[in-house]
Design a protein. Sequence first.
Length: 300
Amino acid sequence: MSNSRPEPNGSFLAGVIRELRPKQWVKNVLIFAAPAAAGVIDERSELLHALGAFVCFCAAASATYLINDISDVESDRRHPTKRERPIAAGIVPVPFAIVLSVLLLIGGVGGAFLIRRDFGFTILAYLALTTAYTMWLKHMAVLDIISVAAGFVLRAIGGATATNVPISEWFFIVTSFGALFMVTGKRQGEQSDLGDQAGELRPVLALYTPAFLTYLRAVFSGGALIAYCLWAFSSAELHGSNNILFQLSIVPFAIAILRYALLLDQGKGAEPENLVLSDSALLIAGAAWILTYGFAIYTS
């Protein structure tokens, strides 16, 4: 494969938008998980705090994507698909990307502290984690999976700190296992997509065997299912009325996990944000779970 720099192809503005990766913002929907589960998302002040937290996380996340692409610009130019990223392709100049990332960081962190101090510290923790990932952790087997999953968990924690709701132990456990399951599938999908070049283009992938990633998927998906079942029964006992709905919510949750596991087994997990939004069965199961659990929370 040629290591030459790809020819710029596309407008500057479109390139900037692509670099911000708005598709990735779907991950920040986790901001709304804790206040929704706590039953406060229908309160105007907390809804505004959650929306503000979502915007702050989008700004911070886009800044980290820019920093990551600036750091990886040379390796991205050797990658079969990442070479089309605007910075690697020369559409967005590196100096401009640096300035934009700084502005987004200032806006994201500053806005976070205006919402609530604890949320500001959560954003800082997220940025510290992503910086460590860019510099070191993405090259370390297992730690790279844990660090990416921790980014999802921090999003969920951010929603709790922004709206000042407590985080239940079951919420934390389910979110953690679910994130680990998704990130493991992402690594397996990348191995499948890149084939023999996987180790060359992303060295950490050479450290994983398919059997080990399959084992991790089984552990994490099983952990998520068991933890959610315990959470559902615990919620039923806590709320008393309509408790059957909490238990019934296990069904669509399990279907969503199993459907996602099937898609991962087919090698489709390299881009989870696209997979989640493109599979109709997964969307239906997710919607059924949200409706069932939401109705249980807001009618009890």
